[in-house]
Structures are given as structure tokens and as C-alpha cells.
Ligand binder design. Structure first.
Ligand code: HEC
Ligand code: HEC
Ligand code: HEC
Length: 229
């Protein structure tokens, strides 16, 4: 915990130093009120892996495509932890919720039934949010991320009351769930929601380092899981 706090302080300092000129003025209240930019659960799918795939003809013509941006489309406010809607479905698929196996260990039939739950959890319009068209076996960055989210969060973590923590518990129908612009608000969010409202299956204490590692690596996906941008 001490390590984590120190590393975080250094990180926040480094951020202020490195990005001082680019840091927007501290208009956090205004930021919070501005919620017209990305309506939750709507129109996010086409931005699933911007920068990686060349623009494809939109499959769903009825949904307006959001313009591609370099930055992730961050929600105005980070998404709080919620109760999963899929506990019954996961049970029906035959997943032992007391001891959830890794995604890759599920049988083919189970994987197929779980896939729509991943899609719904992230609010993706089609399976192509993670897969390339026509080849479900071809590895994509989003598949790698999904597998690690399952391994590192869904398997070892639980809700505050010891219930299932699934993708929708954190994503709530959105792929992007963090507003990283306001560092103070993000730290408070992490403390209240991810540290405060989650538990570990092994009943050990939940700390920042449970997810960020002892050295408080903030780039979990890139540095801890080794999945490049
Ligand atoms: C959030 C990302 C994500 C979404 C959305 C998603 N998948 Fe997957 N899918 C994966 C991952 C990860 C695997 C690999 C699992 C493993 O390691 O065995 C996979 C594997 C599969 C496989 C098995 C391929 C094989 O190896 O035989 C099929 C079939 C599949 N997905 C179909 C779908 C369908 C259909 C949808 C839409 C309903 C979908 N997926 C949506 C992440 C996703
Ligand atoms: C403990 C909360 C939590 C759980 C549970 C969780 N995620 Fe995530 N996920 C996050 C956070 C935080 C991010 C970063 C979002 C951001 O940048 O706005 C993220 C990002 C992602 C991304 C986008 C990565 C990128 O860089 O574009 C994918 C895909 C994803 N998660 C899939 C899943 C899937 C599939 C599951 C369930 C197997 C899952 N997540 C479970 C918290 C969670
Ligand atoms: C349940 C897992 C979990 C816990 C516990 C957790 N975090 Fe996070 N945190 C994440 C995920 C996932 C991300 C997104 C990582 C990524 O993009 O690679 C993230 C991102 C962050 C970021 C933003 C990093 C960036 O560069 O934008 C900060 C800062 C942060 N966390 C601080 C904390 C602090 C402080 C604590 C403890 C009070 C904490 N976190 C606890 C999962 C967690």
C-alpha cells in the first residue's frame, strides 16, 4: 500500500510536469455536466479499436458512426460498479460461479453462449467489436484484452457482497468507462469504486496493487498484460 501510494504520487507529479501545457483548465464541474459527447451505450461500437483497423464499411447503417478520434471516447463521468445482469445466464451456461474458470478453459459450446454476454456488457453493435469479420479465431487486440479482463478481474474478484463480478459490472454497456482527464476525480473513483466496492474471492484485502501490481503500474493493459496500444 505504501509503495502504491508513493508511486501514485510520483505518477501524478510526473503527469503534471510532463503534460502541464496540455492540461485543460480545472473546469471539472463543467466537464461533469457536459454529457452530450458520448451517450452511454450508443454508437460506440465503430470506435472499438480505432487506429488498428482501416475504416470498414459500416455494417449497421441505421446506427450513426461516431467520428474516429485519436483519443478514446471517454465518458464524462467514470462508470460506477454495478450488479451484473448476467448471473442467471452464466449459471445456465454451466459456469461454476464459485470457481469461475478462465475464458479459454470453457468448452466451445460455453464460449459461444458467453460471447453475446461480452458483446452486451460492452454495448457493442456486433461481434466485430472484438472479432474480424468472417474469422472468429483470428486474434485481435480486443480479444487479448477481453481474455485478460476475464482472467484478472472476473476470475479472482467478486462484488462487495461476494457475488459475481462480470464484464457488465464495470462496463455497464460501454467499452470506455474511465474519464482520465480529471486525475483527482479518477483517483477518488478508483478508491471508492474499484477498491471500496469490490472484493477478492480469496477474501484477502482489496488494494490498488491487487490490480495495479506492487509497483503501482497505471498502464495495466499495456505494461502488466503486455498488450500494446
Ligand atoms: C469483448 C470481446 C468479444 C466479443 C464482443 C465477442 N467475442 Fe468471441 N471471442 C473473444 C475471445 C477473447 C475469444 C477467445 C476465447 C479463448 O481464448 O478461447 C473468442 C472466441 C470466439 C469463438 C471461438 C473461436 C474458436 O477458437 O473456435 C467464437 C465462435 C466466437 N468468439 C464468436 C463470437 C460471436 C458470435 C460474437 C458476437 C455475439 C463474439 N464472439 C463476440 C472475445 C469476444
Ligand atoms: C473491475 C472492472 C472491470 C471488469 C470486471 C472488466 N473490465 Fe474491461 N475495462 C475496465 C477498465 C477500467 C477499462 C479501461 C476503460 C477506459 O479506458 O475507459 C477496461 C477496458 C476494456 C476494453 C477496452 C480496452 C482498450 O484499451 O480499448 C475491453 C475490450 C474490455 N475492457 C473488455 C472487458 C471484458 C470482455 C470483460 C469481462 C470478461 C471486462 N472488460 C471486465 C474495467 C473492467
Ligand atoms: C479492480 C481493479 C482495480 C483496482 C482495485 C484499482 N484500479 Fe486503478 N485502474 C484499473 C484499470 C483496469 C485501469 C485502466 C488501466 C489501463 O488503461 O491500462 C485503471 C486506471 C487507473 C488510473 C489511470 C491511469 C492512466 O494512465 O490513465 C489511475 C490513476 C488509477 N487506476 C489509480 C488507482 C488507485 C489509486 C487505486 C487504489 C485506490 C486503484 N487504481 C485501484 C483497475 C483497478
Amino acid at each position: 500500500m505504501k509503495h502504491a501510494a508513493l508511486a501514485l504520487a510520483l505518477w501524478m507529479g510526473a503527469f503534471a510536469g510532463a503534460c502541464g501545457s496540455a492540461t485543460p483548465p480545472p473546469e471539472t464541474a463543467a466537464d461533469k455536466e457536459f454529457d452530450g459527447e458520448s451517450p452511454p451505450g450508443d454508437g460506440e461500437a465503430t470506435a472499438a479499436s480505432e487506429g488498428e483497423k482501416p475504416a470498414k464499411p459500416a455494417k449497421t447503417a441505421d446506427k450513426a458512426a461516431e467520428p474516429d478520434e485519436d483519443e478514446h471516447e471517454a465518458p464524462a463521468k467514470s462508470t460506477p460498479v454495478q450488479t451484473t445482469k448476467f448471473e442467471a445466464e452464466l449459471k445456465k451456461i454451466g459456469i461454476n460461479l464459485k470457481k469461475i474458470p478462465e475464458l479459454e478453459k470453457l468448452s466451445s459450446a460455453q464460449k459461444k453462449k458467453v460471447m453475446p454476454l461480452l458483446q452486451k456488457s460492452l454495448g457493442l453493435d456486433t461481434c466485430q467489436g472484438c472479432h474480424v469479420e468472417g474469422d472468429f479465431k483470428k486474434e485481435t487486440r480486443d480479444m487479448k484484452v477481453a481474455r485478460e479482463m476475464w482472467r484478472n478481474f472476473v476470475v479472482p474478484l467478486r462484488s462487495e457482497s461476494g457475488g459475481t463480478l462480470f464484464c457488465d459490472s464495470c462496463h455497464g454497456g460501454n467499452e470506455h468507462v474511465l474519464n482520465r482527464k480529471d486525475k483527482k476525480a479518477l483517483q477518488a473513483f478508483m478508491e471508492e469504486e474499484y477498491q471500496g466496492k469490490l472484493a477478492r474471492a480469496n477474501k484477502e484485502d482489496m488494494e490498488c496493487g491487487t490490480c495495479h501490481g506492487d509497483a503501482m503500474e497505471t498502464k495495466i493493459i499495456e505494461k502488466l498484460w503486455n498488450i500494446p496500444e
